[in-house]
Design a protein around this ligand. Structure first.
Ligand code: 13P
Length: 296
């Protein structure tokens, strides 16, 4: 017999609009498994933070598929009694078909990343996703320009967004717009110094809507705050959580706690506990910077 879920996912539209109006940013956190999902949802509830949890196509496939992700998230919303607004978002959906598949599985928000297509094709495909998403009240994120670096096989050259395209995309009915502004997925290389705030200002003047900062790991706090003041309303974080988890797990193993057989240090629930705590702490630190804590 099916179970009725009382705690519902919401789409990201009103979250990012509120954030845009009041100059803070919603954190988008990529998940990989149970520990990631539970840590983020628990920390969001504890800090009263509206939150977007996301899967790349790669993470979604790793976890089994969109149905597994939706089941996991809905189950935790219910059983952890999560009452803050939570959206489940497809990150960098590469095709219209993938966006539709996730919408039908129960995602409440999707990114259609058509930045690898010629611009006119990106625009047309984004509109197709919006037409479909509307029927299910699912929010849509589009991308112009591209984010530098590589994430889960999605590679971008880092072209800056074009203000004319930003203005056009803004009229399609998207809830949020991602653009290349000198941001890079993964660890920022040594030579990198700054986001292009000039580009962000031009894009915001043209689009006048919530914009998304991808590659949110490792950007200095003053730059994050400046970006928010210039119209960034959603910040995507993946690598920073992975590094925090790695460091905490490494410490546990280097201290040989996993070899404490008498104390069952090998129990995965013990082995993964320091990493879990590091995820919670990183969420709290970053959403503190973003200004989204206490906004639920
Ligand atoms: P980072 O891995 O650099 O935090 O980027 C995350 C991201 O932009 C997801 O879309």
């Amino acid at each position: 017999m099916s179970k009725i879920y009382h705690k519902r996912l919401v789409n990201a539209d009103s979250m990012v609009k509120e954030a845009h109006k009041n100059k803070y940013a919603i954190g988008h956190f990529n998940i990989n498994n149970l520990e990631w999902t539970k840590a983020i949802l628990s920390a969001a509830q504890e800090t009263k933070t509206p939150t977007i949890i996301a899967t790349s196509e790669g993470a979604m496939k790793y976890m089994g598929g969109p149905g597994t992700v939706v089941g996991l998230v809905n189950g935790l919303l219910e059983e952890l009694n999560i009452t803050v607004p939570v959206a489940l978002h497809l990150d960098h959906g590469q095709s219209v078909e993938m966006a539709k598949k996730c919408i039908l599985a129960g995602y409440s928000s999707v990114m259609f990343d058509g930045s690898h297509f010629p611009y006119e094709e990106n625009l047309a495909k984004t509109k197709e996703v919006i037409d479909f998403a509307k029927k299910y009240e699912v929010s849509v994120e589009a991308e112009i320009g591209s984010i530098g670096g590589e994430e889960d096989g999605v590679i971008g050259k880092g072209e800056l967004g074009d203000p004319k395209q930003a203005g056009e995309m803004a009229k399609t009915g998207i809830s949020m717009l991602a653009a290349g502004i000198g941001n890079i997925h993964g660890k920022y290389p040594e030579w990198w110094t700054t986001l292009s705030f000039e580009t962000l200002e031009e894009l915001q003047a043209a689009a006048k809507m919530p914009m998304v900062l991808h590659g949110g790991s490792g950007i200095p706090q003053d730059q994050v705050k400046k970006a928010i003041s210039l119209g960034i309303s959603k910040i995507n974080v993946n690598t920073e959580l992975q590094l925090a988890f790695r460091d905490a797990t490494r410490k546990y193993i280097e201290e040989k706690k996993d070899l404490d057989d008498a104390g069952k240090g090998f129990d995965p629930r013990k082995l993964l506990a320091p990493g879990y705590k590091a995820l919670v702490d990183t969420f709290k630190e970053l959403t503190g910077w973003f200004g989204s804590q206490g906004k639920a």
